[in-house]
Design a binder for this molecule. Structure first.
Ligand code: G3P
Ligand code: MG
Length: 253
Protein backbone atom coordinates (compact mmCIF):
# COMPACT_ATOMS: atom_id res chain seq x y z
CA UNK A 1 0.00 0.00 0.00
CA UNK A 2 1.23 3.50 -0.82
CA UNK A 3 0.45 6.09 1.83
CA UNK A 4 2.73 8.82 0.50
CA UNK A 5 2.36 11.67 -2.00
CA UNK A 6 1.81 10.64 -5.61
CA UNK A 7 3.78 13.21 -7.57
CA UNK A 8 7.24 14.04 -6.28
CA UNK A 9 9.76 16.67 -7.40
CA UNK A 10 12.96 14.86 -8.42
CA UNK A 11 16.14 16.13 -6.73
CA UNK A 12 14.13 18.95 -5.19
CA UNK A 13 13.09 21.04 -8.15
CA UNK A 14 13.54 18.77 -11.15
CA UNK A 15 15.19 20.50 -14.08
CA UNK A 16 14.22 24.01 -12.99
CA UNK A 17 16.87 24.58 -10.32
CA UNK A 18 20.23 23.10 -9.29
CA UNK A 19 19.57 19.59 -8.04
CA UNK A 20 19.75 18.62 -4.38
CA UNK A 21 19.88 22.18 -3.04
CA UNK A 22 17.57 24.23 -0.85
CA UNK A 23 17.04 26.50 -3.85
CA UNK A 24 15.64 23.46 -5.66
CA UNK A 25 13.18 22.85 -2.85
CA UNK A 26 12.12 26.49 -2.83
CA UNK A 27 11.58 26.21 -6.57
CA UNK A 28 9.51 23.07 -6.05
CA UNK A 29 7.45 24.87 -3.45
CA UNK A 30 6.87 27.77 -5.83
CA UNK A 31 5.39 25.23 -8.25
CA UNK A 32 3.18 23.79 -5.51
CA UNK A 33 5.27 20.71 -4.71
CA UNK A 34 5.23 19.57 -1.09
CA UNK A 35 6.92 16.26 -1.84
CA UNK A 36 10.55 15.85 -2.88
CA UNK A 37 13.09 13.17 -3.69
CA UNK A 38 16.76 13.89 -3.06
CA UNK A 39 20.07 12.03 -2.77
CA UNK A 40 22.19 11.78 0.39
CA UNK A 41 25.88 10.87 0.65
CA UNK A 42 28.52 11.00 3.39
CA UNK A 43 31.48 13.38 3.48
CA UNK A 44 34.93 12.28 4.62
CA UNK A 45 33.94 13.01 8.22
CA UNK A 46 30.70 11.07 7.73
CA UNK A 47 28.34 14.02 7.61
CA UNK A 48 25.24 13.38 5.45
CA UNK A 49 24.90 15.97 2.66
CA UNK A 50 22.69 16.24 -0.39
CA UNK A 51 24.63 15.10 -3.44
CA UNK A 52 24.11 12.84 -6.42
CA UNK A 53 27.58 12.26 -7.88
CA UNK A 54 30.38 10.82 -5.69
CA UNK A 55 32.98 12.65 -7.80
CA UNK A 56 33.21 16.37 -8.46
CA UNK A 57 33.02 17.68 -11.99
CA UNK A 58 29.37 17.87 -13.00
CA UNK A 59 27.76 20.01 -10.28
CA UNK A 60 30.83 20.84 -8.17
CA UNK A 61 33.72 22.45 -10.04
CA UNK A 62 35.57 24.40 -7.40
CA UNK A 63 38.66 22.22 -7.33
CA UNK A 64 41.24 22.26 -10.11
CA UNK A 65 39.63 20.71 -13.16
CA UNK A 66 36.62 19.77 -11.05
CA UNK A 67 38.47 16.79 -9.59
CA UNK A 68 37.91 15.49 -6.08
CA UNK A 69 35.19 13.55 -4.36
CA UNK A 70 32.63 13.82 -1.62
CA UNK A 71 34.12 10.90 0.33
CA UNK A 72 37.55 12.60 0.52
CA UNK A 73 36.27 16.09 1.43
CA UNK A 74 35.34 17.35 4.89
CA UNK A 75 31.83 18.70 5.40
CA UNK A 76 33.25 22.07 6.42
CA UNK A 77 34.85 22.39 2.96
CA UNK A 78 32.08 20.81 0.96
CA UNK A 79 29.39 23.07 2.35
CA UNK A 80 31.40 26.10 1.22
CA UNK A 81 31.41 24.91 -2.39
CA UNK A 82 29.21 26.37 -5.08
CA UNK A 83 26.46 23.92 -6.03
CA UNK A 84 24.53 26.38 -8.18
CA UNK A 85 26.81 27.96 -10.80
CA UNK A 86 26.92 24.81 -12.94
CA UNK A 87 23.16 25.27 -13.43
CA UNK A 88 23.01 29.01 -14.11
CA UNK A 89 24.46 32.32 -12.93
CA UNK A 90 21.18 33.04 -11.14
CA UNK A 91 22.02 30.28 -8.63
CA UNK A 92 25.70 31.14 -8.15
CA UNK A 93 26.73 30.71 -4.53
CA UNK A 94 24.05 28.16 -3.68
CA UNK A 95 25.65 25.76 -1.21
CA UNK A 96 25.73 21.99 -0.79
CA UNK A 97 23.16 21.47 1.99
CA UNK A 98 23.55 19.34 5.09
CA UNK A 99 20.85 16.72 5.45
CA UNK A 100 20.11 18.08 8.92
CA UNK A 101 19.33 21.54 7.50
CA UNK A 102 17.11 20.04 4.83
CA UNK A 103 15.19 18.07 7.45
CA UNK A 104 14.62 21.35 9.28
CA UNK A 105 13.55 23.14 6.11
CA UNK A 106 11.14 20.40 5.08
CA UNK A 107 9.62 20.22 8.54
CA UNK A 108 9.05 23.98 8.57
CA UNK A 109 7.54 23.92 5.09
CA UNK A 110 5.64 20.65 5.64
CA UNK A 111 7.36 18.95 2.74
CA UNK A 112 7.36 15.15 2.54
CA UNK A 113 10.67 13.50 1.59
CA UNK A 114 11.84 10.43 -0.26
CA UNK A 115 15.41 10.29 1.06
CA UNK A 116 17.47 8.33 -1.42
CA UNK A 117 20.55 6.94 0.32
CA UNK A 118 23.28 7.28 -2.29
CA UNK A 119 26.54 5.86 -0.91
CA UNK A 120 29.93 6.62 -2.42
CA UNK A 121 31.46 3.37 -3.72
CA UNK A 122 32.34 0.99 -0.88
CA UNK A 123 30.40 2.86 1.80
CA UNK A 124 26.91 1.39 1.52
CA UNK A 125 26.55 0.01 5.02
CA UNK A 126 28.09 2.98 6.77
CA UNK A 127 26.03 5.46 4.74
CA UNK A 128 22.80 3.61 5.47
CA UNK A 129 23.54 3.46 9.19
CA UNK A 130 24.67 7.09 9.57
CA UNK A 131 21.85 8.57 7.53
CA UNK A 132 19.22 6.50 9.32
CA UNK A 133 20.63 7.48 12.72
CA UNK A 134 20.54 11.16 11.83
CA UNK A 135 16.96 10.99 10.59
CA UNK A 136 15.92 9.07 13.69
CA UNK A 137 17.63 11.60 15.97
CA UNK A 138 16.05 14.49 14.12
CA UNK A 139 12.47 13.25 14.49
CA UNK A 140 12.99 12.30 18.12
CA UNK A 141 13.98 15.89 18.72
CA UNK A 142 11.48 17.48 16.31
CA UNK A 143 8.40 15.26 15.93
CA UNK A 144 6.15 15.58 12.88
CA UNK A 145 2.75 14.12 11.94
CA UNK A 146 2.96 10.60 10.49
CA UNK A 147 2.14 11.97 7.03
CA UNK A 148 5.42 13.91 7.04
CA UNK A 149 7.64 10.99 8.04
CA UNK A 150 10.04 10.30 5.17
CA UNK A 151 10.61 7.21 3.08
CA UNK A 152 14.14 5.85 2.62
CA UNK A 153 15.12 4.34 -0.69
CA UNK A 154 18.37 3.05 -2.14
CA UNK A 155 19.82 1.05 -4.99
CA UNK A 156 22.27 -0.28 -2.38
CA UNK A 157 20.26 -2.84 -0.49
CA UNK A 158 23.03 -3.16 2.13
CA UNK A 159 22.42 0.49 2.96
CA UNK A 160 18.71 -0.19 3.40
CA UNK A 161 19.45 -3.19 5.60
CA UNK A 162 21.43 -0.89 7.88
CA UNK A 163 18.62 1.66 7.86
CA UNK A 164 16.30 -1.15 8.89
CA UNK A 165 18.61 -2.12 11.77
CA UNK A 166 19.09 1.45 13.01
CA UNK A 167 15.67 2.98 12.36
CA UNK A 168 13.21 0.15 11.72
CA UNK A 169 10.22 2.45 12.18
CA UNK A 170 11.15 4.62 9.19
CA UNK A 171 9.73 3.13 5.99
CA UNK A 172 12.00 1.72 3.29
CA UNK A 173 11.73 1.14 -0.46
CA UNK A 174 14.10 -0.91 -2.61
CA UNK A 175 15.29 0.88 -5.75
CA UNK A 176 16.02 -1.15 -8.87
CA UNK A 177 17.38 0.09 -12.18
CA UNK A 178 16.19 -3.28 -13.45
CA UNK A 179 13.83 -5.33 -11.32
CA UNK A 180 15.51 -8.67 -10.46
CA UNK A 181 13.57 -11.94 -10.58
CA UNK A 182 13.83 -12.30 -6.79
CA UNK A 183 12.46 -8.81 -6.08
CA UNK A 184 9.79 -10.07 -3.72
CA UNK A 185 12.27 -11.92 -1.51
CA UNK A 186 14.50 -8.83 -1.41
CA UNK A 187 11.60 -6.61 -0.35
CA UNK A 188 10.55 -9.11 2.30
CA UNK A 189 14.05 -9.35 3.77
CA UNK A 190 14.28 -5.57 4.02
CA UNK A 191 10.78 -5.16 5.40
CA UNK A 192 10.29 -2.71 2.55
CA UNK A 193 6.89 -1.16 1.87
CA UNK A 194 7.51 -0.30 -1.78
CA UNK A 195 9.50 -1.01 -4.91
CA UNK A 196 10.96 1.93 -6.84
CA UNK A 197 12.09 1.46 -10.41
CA UNK A 198 12.83 3.11 -13.71
CA UNK A 199 9.56 3.49 -15.60
CA UNK A 200 11.39 2.38 -18.76
CA UNK A 201 11.79 -1.18 -17.46
CA UNK A 202 8.26 -1.55 -16.12
CA UNK A 203 5.71 -3.71 -17.89
CA UNK A 204 2.00 -3.98 -17.13
CA UNK A 205 2.58 -7.57 -15.98
CA UNK A 206 5.35 -6.63 -13.59
CA UNK A 207 3.34 -3.73 -12.21
CA UNK A 208 0.44 -6.09 -11.64
CA UNK A 209 2.62 -8.62 -9.78
CA UNK A 210 4.10 -5.96 -7.50
CA UNK A 211 0.68 -4.56 -6.66
CA UNK A 212 -0.78 -8.04 -6.20
CA UNK A 213 1.97 -8.77 -3.68
CA UNK A 214 0.79 -5.77 -1.65
CA UNK A 215 3.67 -3.36 -2.26
CA UNK A 216 3.72 0.29 -3.20
CA UNK A 217 5.07 0.97 -6.70
CA UNK A 218 6.98 4.15 -7.53
CA UNK A 219 8.69 5.08 -10.79
CA UNK A 220 11.48 7.46 -11.72
CA UNK A 221 11.81 9.78 -13.62
CA UNK A 222 8.62 10.49 -15.55
CA UNK A 223 8.70 13.70 -17.56
CA UNK A 224 5.84 13.15 -19.98
CA UNK A 225 2.22 13.47 -18.91
CA UNK A 226 0.92 10.81 -21.31
CA UNK A 227 3.51 8.33 -20.06
CA UNK A 228 2.59 9.17 -16.47
CA UNK A 229 -1.06 8.39 -17.19
CA UNK A 230 -0.10 5.16 -18.90
CA UNK A 231 1.91 3.74 -16.02
CA UNK A 232 -0.62 4.92 -13.46
CA UNK A 233 -3.13 2.91 -15.50
CA UNK A 234 -0.89 -0.13 -14.89
CA UNK A 235 -1.14 0.36 -11.13
CA UNK A 236 1.83 2.63 -10.42
CA UNK A 237 1.10 4.54 -7.21
CA UNK A 238 3.49 7.43 -7.53
CA UNK A 239 6.40 8.85 -9.51
CA UNK A 240 8.99 11.57 -9.44
CA UNK A 241 9.43 14.08 -12.22
CA UNK A 242 11.98 16.57 -13.47
CA UNK A 243 9.27 18.53 -15.27
CA UNK A 244 7.46 20.13 -12.36
CA UNK A 245 6.40 22.81 -14.83
CA UNK A 246 4.55 20.28 -17.03
CA UNK A 247 3.29 17.78 -14.45
CA UNK A 248 1.80 19.51 -11.44
CA UNK A 249 1.76 18.31 -7.86
CA UNK A 250 -2.01 17.71 -8.21
CA UNK A 251 -1.68 15.73 -11.46
CA UNK A 252 -3.13 12.60 -9.87
CA UNK A 253 -5.41 14.30 -7.35
O1 G3P B 1 15.08 7.92 -6.46
C1 G3P B 1 14.76 7.88 -7.79
C2 G3P B 1 15.86 8.39 -8.68
O2 G3P B 1 16.37 9.59 -8.16
C3 G3P B 1 16.96 7.40 -8.85
O3 G3P B 1 17.94 7.79 -9.76
O4 G3P B 1 20.16 8.64 -10.33
O5 G3P B 1 18.25 10.19 -10.23
O6 G3P B 1 19.19 9.26 -8.15
P1 G3P B 1 18.93 9.02 -9.60
MG1 MG C 1 17.80 10.06 -6.68
Amino acid sequence: MWQFPKVVAHRGGGKLAPENTLAAMRCGLAYGFKAVEFDVMLTQDEVPVLMHDPDFGRTIKETAGGTGSVATTLASSLTQMDAGSWFSAEFAGERVPLLWDVLQFCREQQIWMNIEIKPSPGTAERTGAVVAQMVLDFYRQYPVPASLMPLFSSFELEALAQAQRVAPEIARAALFERVPPDWQQRLQELGAVALHTNHKVLTPELAHSIKQAGYGLFCYTVNDAARAREIVGWGVDAFCTDRIDLIGADFLA
